[in-house]
Write a protein that binds this ligand. Structure first.
Ligand code: ADP
Ligand code: MG
Length: 265
């Protein structure tokens, strides 16, 4: 838990369109040790996805450096697996084909793929669903498949962009618990984006609260409550109040911004 796994150094991101410039990230500085579960928390528009996409290598910073797994990030790579909010599954493939697809691309022998896929189906409780197509699965089941697909590649770093945002509360809690179990078993480094304060406190070793435009680090907080955490415990609620205050300040800045823009229109 002490070698650096992701290092984000002086990262800025500016989006330029024909008539304006949006500074989405400003001077982000973060060092994430191996095996840490980090949540990026903040209201919509504060640059969470922008930062995650930069670490993934989908969209590079305007300036600054990101080192992941010891190497500078210039493009997406198999050391960084991404799980999106909307289950990006192939609709024409069954559950097991979806999970095994990345391994086929890598040229892994069929027998080994079958073994790996069987293991993942078991780990995520999908064995009975292995021959179904995504359209015949609930949202929670689809998101399990998306997680299994990323785990199949055995990326040491998992990037998750509001992966449970579209799920009902009960399914969400189940998947949070599954994710915690898998994380403690496989020792992945996880960078997890959420705008839910409760989700962040339930999951994270460390919460990074971001400011609204430009996105900067507003608060870097270690959460040392034992797991599984009880959202009704006083310590949990104290954190919820503290973080709620910080997030609300940024939400208000967002709101003011929108009022100003409406006035100009
Ligand atoms: P979050 O994920 O926290 O909701 P984003 O990272 O999606 O926030 O966006 C941060 C800011 O950057 C927002 O103001 C958004 O409008 C802007 N932005 C994101 N992507 C683009 C893009 N491709 N072009 C222009 N502006 C963008
Ligand atoms: Mg986002």
């Amino acid at each position: 838990m002490n070698t650096t796994h992701i290092s984000i150094q002086g990262v800025n991101k500016v989006f330029r369109t024909a008539d304006k410039e949006v500074v989405a990230l400003r001077d982000i500085q973060l060092t994430i040790p191996e095996g840490q579960f980090v949540c990026l928390l903040g209201p919509s528009g504060c640059g969470k996805s922008t930062l995650l996409n930069a670490v993934a290598g989908f969209s590079l910073p305007t300036s600054g450096t990101i080192i992941a797994n010891g190497l500078p990030v210039n493009e997406p790579g198999p050391d960084r697996g991404m799980v999106f909010q909307e289950y990006a599954l192939f609709p024409w493939m069954t559950v097991e084909q979806n999970i095994g697809f990345g391994l086929e691309i890598k040229g892994m022998p069929a027998a080994e793929i079958a073994r790996r896929v069987a293991q993942l189906l078991d780990m995520l409780g999908l064995t009975d669903f292995r021959q179904r197509f995504p359209k015949d699965l609930s949202g929670g089941m689809r998101q399990r498949v998306a997680i299994a697909r990323v785990l199949a590649l055995d990326s040491p770093i998992m990037l998750m962009d509001e992966p449970f945002g579209a799920l009902d509360a009960l399914t969400r809690r189940n998947l949070q618990d599954e994710l915690l179990r898998i994380w403690s078993e496989l020792k992945k480094t996880i960078l997890f984006v959420t705008h839910s304060i409760e989700e962040a406190i339930y999951l994270a070793d460390r919460i990074i609260v971001m400011t609204y435009r430009p996105g900067t680090v507003k608060k870097d907080l270690l959460i040392d409550l034992p797991r599984l955490r009880d959202p009704s415990a006083p310590e949990f609620n104290a954190l919820k109040r503290e973080l709620g205050q910080l997030v609300m300040e940024e939400q208000q800045r967002h709101h003011h911004d929108e009022m100003k823009m409406a006035a100009v229109d």
